[in-house]
Structures are given as C-alpha cells and as structure tokens.
Design a protein around this ligand. Structure first.
Ligand code: CAA
Length: 289
C-alpha cells in the first residue's frame, strides 16, 4: 500500500488524543471513522474538535466553511465493525495493555490484510501489542502530542516485528497529516516521554514535599526555564491517570527507582482528580474539554 491509497482512516477512541488525531486527519482531507464505546464519549470528542476548530476560525487560520467540511469528514460510531473498510487505523484508547491487545486482535480480524494498525500508545510496547495480531509486521507506533492540533511531532515507533515498509508508510502518513515525524525504537517512553514524564513526576514530588505551592512550582519553571506551561499544569493537560500510567510502565520496564511515581499522583487518580478533563487536578478548570 502507498500513502496515496489511504483515503479513510479509522480512529479508535474519542478521548483527548483520539479526537485530536481525528481532527488533524480530517483537516488533511482524509475521511475519518471515529469510534468510541458510548454516545457521551463521542459527543465529548466532537465537542473538543468543534472547540478547537472554532478557535482556528477566530484566529483566521481556517474559514468557517473549512471547519464545517472538516467536521463533515468525520463519522462517529459505537460499532467497531464500521471500521471494516478503512485503509489505515490509529488506535488511541486507554493505556492498558490487555484492552489494546483485545482491540488489536479484533481489528486484525475485521480489516483488510494490507491495512496498517497503528497505536498512539505513549509508553506501552509496540512489539507486545503486535503479538496479539496475525500481522505483527504491520503494527507500528504513531505517538502524537497533546494538544494534537498544535504540536508538530509524531514519534514513529518501530517494534521488533514492524517492517521497514510499515514504518515508512506511517512516516509518510504523518507528513501528509501536516506533522513532523521522528523515528524511534520500541523502548519504554520512546524519546519524549522518557525525558518529559520524569520531569513532571519530579514536580509532583516537589509539590508533595512542600517545596512550593502548585502556582509557585509552575511559575518558577515558566519564568526560570522558559517552559510554555508549568509541569503541574502539564500533568493536568495530559491527565493525571495518563501520566501515572506512563510512569508505572517506565518504572516497571526499566526497573529503575528514578521512575518511581510520586504517591500524590496515585491519590489524585483514585479521587478522580484527573486534571482538565474532570475539572480538577493540581489546578481547577471550568471548561473540561
Ligand atoms: N486547538 C487549536 N489551537 C490551539 C489549541 C487547540 N486545542 N490549543 C492552543 N491552540 C493555539 C492557540 O489558539 C494559540 O494560537 P496562536 O499562536 O495563533 O495565538 C496557540 O495555540 C497558543 O495557545 P495559547 O496562547 O492559548 O496558550 P499557550 O501559549 O500556553 O499555548 C500550548 C498552549 C500550545 C498548549 C502550550 O501551553 C504548550 O505547548 N504546552 C506544552 C504542551 C506539551 O508539552 N505537550 C506535550 C504533553 S506530553 C504528551 O502529550 C505525550 C504523552 O503521551 C503524555
């Protein structure tokens, strides 16, 4: 398959990442089938997309007409079998290996054999996800960054069994979606999260130890290290649960105590204080999208 043969992309998961990926794909002219398991999840996902597009209309980056066309290219569904005719799949569901393996096994049975099944996982093993399919050479990581419409990078992750052709196609597709791909090997956290998430974790430890308030820690990193947002606001943006999941993987896979998650993250996850998406994390938010 060539990149120009890809007309329709199936996106599985309409959360923060899945909706952003669907938006970027539709903006690049692809038809998108966006799947999640409930009407509420799909509605929330479409609201995130509409809000992001209307921001772009306001900034005169796109016209209202273009925004409408982008929305019209996205079809939502709760039925996975609606992905049976797509030309490429990008999965963006919860960071739980068992869920991903089950899903990839279903997608493997459902889609045409030449279709590449990619995952937006931020830290799980591509090689292990691929092992749940009969096409491990066609499973690849395509890791986008939050907010997807704004950040240019996509990490293209080659698992042990991923073919060079698959990597090349994912690379070309990311470019066609207007992104800048960088190839990386299947190591926990790939490039960005291996470096970025321990930084966020350290901020959570500092907060727990009373080094400063959440505001002070974040202001310090913005003013003293020129970060666009502080590390605690970044945890809220990414999701406390997601940051914790990534840390757990880094900690377990490397077996190195430097990745030990700050206990406050686990407490916050248990309390449902997941950051922006629930309206409360290290900071509070009126708008949950
Ligand atoms: N959709 C469309 N446009 C958006 C947007 C969205 N969701 N969010 C922000 N923008 C646009 C704004 O309209 C604005 O546009 P202009 O430059 O034309 O004015 C621009 O982006 C900057 O936004 P703001 O002025 O509102 O605020 P900001 O300067 O703080 O930028 C930000 C927002 C781009 C999110 C910035 O804070 C930032 O880069 N933060 C760090 C994000 C980051 O590190 N993400 C990686 C997280 S790790 C991850 O995702 C991987 C993982 O697996 C855990």
């Amino acid at each position: 398959m060539k990149v120009d043969d890809i007309k329709t992309i199936g996106v599985v998961g309409a959360g923060t990442m899945g909706s952003g990926i669907a938006q970027v794909a539709a903006s690049a002219g692809f038809k998108v089938v966006l799947r999640d398991i409930s009407d509420e999840a799909l509605e929330r996902g479409m609201n995130i997309i509409k809000k992001s597009l209307s921001r772009m209309v306001k900034k005169e980056k796109i016209t209202q007409n273009q925004a409408d066309e982008i929305i019209n290219r996205i079809k939502t569904t709760k039925d996975l079998s609606d992905l049976k005719d797509v030309d490429y799949v990008i999965e963006a569901v919860f960071e739980k290996m068992e869920i991903k393996k089950e899903l990839f096994s279903e997608l493997d049975k459902l889609t045409r054999e030449e279709v590449i099944l990619s995952t937006n996982t931020s830290s799980l093993s591509i090689t292990e996800i691929a092992s749940a399919t009969e096409r491990p050479d066609k499973v690849v990581g395509m890791h986008f960054f939050n907010p997807v419409p704004v950040l240019p990078l996509v990490e293209i992750v080659q698992g042990l069994t991923t073919s060079d052709e698959t990597v090349e196609l994912a690379y070309q597709l990311a470019k066609k979606m207007g992104k800048t791909p960088i190839k990386t090997k299947d190591q926990p956290g790939f490039i960005v999260n291996r470096i970025l998430v321990p930084y966020m974790n350290e901020a959570a430890w500092a907060f727990m130890e009373g080094v400063g308030s959440a505001e002070e820690i974040d202001q310090a990193m913005k003013l003293g290290a020129n970060m666009p947002i502080g590390p605690l606001a970044l945890i809220d943006l990414v999701g406390v649960d997601v940051a914790l999941d990534v840390l757990e993987v880094l900690y377990k896979e490397f077996g190195d105590p430097k990745f030990r998650p700050a206990p406050i993250l686990r407490q916050m996850a248990r309390a449902g204080h997941l950051g922006r998406k629930t309206g409360k994390g290290f900071f509070t938010y009126e708008d949950k999208t």
